[in-house]
Design a protein around this ligand. Structure first.
Ligand code: 6PG
Length: 476
């Protein structure tokens, strides 16, 4: 065959990725389970580049150069397994299967092992940026073998977003590393969106601003430290007016957030690794709470609605406070996400370069932001940074915003506007730097009721107090 690369699964993401490849001059073989989609792609966009339509998976494989490279863009889970099973029968040793969906990294690890045993490379790849990114330059997070990256890297780097002349694509690490990093990217995306949503809620209910005014606030914020894709589109969504009713769009959308799983997986894995990703967890739970419509109605009936009373006198000062609280809370959320990547990298032996992850998230992806260049600098300055919060720049940013952050959380509490993201980020920041934590008391209680033992601050060893036998301490 003569095609440089193949794409199977031509729904929006797959179709746009194929077009992106073709626009970059690659001969792309395209396949879809039903040929209509392939035909539509060719009818609409065939003139954008060199497409080779394939009617069957066997045709797709036959049309490719060796070693063959097939990007699979189908739904995560069973549909992905079905396509892989079909491909495996047609491919030969040295060929590469790239899964560009939002697969769970454990599935990716399993598939990688199976394909490796057959001499094939399986490359679980995170791709972020939605439809538009897939077409014009996504952020790409490929896992899999270093050898596979030698073949795929140049192609993927050329179609990725570019920032300061650098592609938003790099080899993340072996087997499931790419999908793990994409999962945490999405977890951070959840946390970031929750913090933005809380900012909006506070500005609206505690300060009494209208959606159009809040849109303007976000537009202004987008030209400072907070500059990011999510802040930019927040201004768009808040400024939008529903055509049917003339009301702010945000008031006609049902307030029940959905989720497809990547945020939940991030928290589940964080629990396994013992990494406190409180910001992501609050964001996932806030979505879950919002979706429990029946329970919410019952609570409103029994407890009365918490309507959020305006408590803010100086609106302008409050807007600035919220900006600073948002920035500080965002630093915490990202610090936690990067902690989780580091922990997983150590646990699975992935050797992930945290600075490189910040580098490839600067463009293309949903969480792209000016701020990520700061994170890149922090990890390039010190790859072993114990926490992003410890970096000079971020420590300074958080300290500068601390008073504002406390005022915002206090206002949220006083006015009855829930701000779990802001308050848990602040609590994390306070706990992390505390001289002493009440964990000492927890240890004492564990020792009291279960002889679970404790360590002392002044001597090495493990101790237990005989609580009911004269409180003598025994130790080793
Ligand atoms: C991206 C997005 C993308 C998708 C999310 C949405 O990086 O391009 O994260 O992957 O939009 O998975 O997730 P929820 O439906 O769970 O909000």
């Amino acid at each position: 065959g003569t095609a440089r690369i193949g794409v199977t699964g031509l729904a929006t993401m797959g179709g746009n990725l194929a077009r992106n490849l073709a626009r970059h001059g690659y001969r792309v073989a395209v396949h879809n389970r039903s040929m209509t989609r392939t035909q539509t792609l060719l009818d609409k966009h065939g003139d954008e580049g060199d497409f080779v339509p394939a009617e069957s998976m066997a045709d797709l494989v036959a049309s490719l150069q060796r070693p063959r490279q097939v990007i699979v863009m189908v739904k995560a889970g069973q549909p992905t397994d079905a396509v892989i099973d079909e491909l495996v029968e047609l491919l030969e040793p040295g060929d590469m299967v790239v899964d560009g969906g939002n697969a769970h990294f454990a599935d990716t690890r399993r598939r990688e092992t199976v394909l490796r045993e057959r001499g094939l490379h399986f490359v679980g790849t995170g791709i972020s940026g939605g439809e538009e990114g897939a077409l014009n330059g996504p952020s790409i997070m490929p896992g899999g073998s270093a050898e596979s990256y030698q073949h795929l890297g140049p192609v993927l780097e050329s179609i990725a977003a570019q920032v300061d002349g650098q592609p938003c694509c790099t080899h993340v690490g072996p087997d499931g590393a790419g999908h793990f990093v994409k999962m945490v990217h999405n977890g951070i995306e959840y946390a970031d969106m929750q913090l933005i949503a809380e900012s909006y809620d506070l500005l609206r209910r505690a300060a009494g601003l209208e959606p159009a005014e809040i849109a303007e606030v976000f537009r202004t914020w987008n030209s400072g430290d907070l500059e990011s894709y999510l802040v930019e589109i927040t201004a768009e969504v808040l400024g939008h007016v529903d055509a049917a009713t003339g009301r702010p769009f945000v008031d006609v959308v049902a307030d029940e957030a959905e989720q497809k799983g990547t945020g939940r997986w991030t928290v589940q894995e964080a629990l396994e690794l013992g990494i406190p990703v409180t910001g992501i967890a609050e964001a996932v739970f806030a979505r879950s709470l919002s979706a429990r419509a029946g329970q919410r109605a019952a609570a409103r009936g029994a407890l009365g609605a918490s309507s959020g009373t305006a408590k803010v006198g100086d609106r302008q000062a409050f807007v600035e406070d919220v900006r600073q609280a948002l920035y500080a809370s965002k630093v915490v959320a990202y610090a936690q996400g990067f902690d989780q990547i580091r922990a997983a990298s150590e646990f699975y032996g992935w050797g992930i370069d945290l600075g490189a992850m910040a580098t490839i998230w600067r463009g293309g992806c949903i969480i792209r932001a000016r701020f990520l260049d700061r994170i890149r600098q922090a990890y390039h300055g010190n790859a072993d940074l114990p926490s992003l919060l410890v970096d000079d720049y971020f420590a300074g940013a958080v300290s500068d915003g601390e008073a504002a952050w406390r005022r915002v959380v206090a206002t949220a509490v006083e006015s009855g506007v829930p701000a779990p993201g802001f308050s848990s980020a602040l609590a994390y920041h306070d706990a992390l730097r505390a001289e002493r934590l009440p964990a000492a008391l927890v240890q004492g209680l564990r020792d009291f009721f279960g002889a679970h033992t404790y360590r002392r601050v002044d001597r090495d060893g493990v101790f237990h107090t005989l609580w009911s036998e004269g409180r003598t301490e025994i130790g080793t």
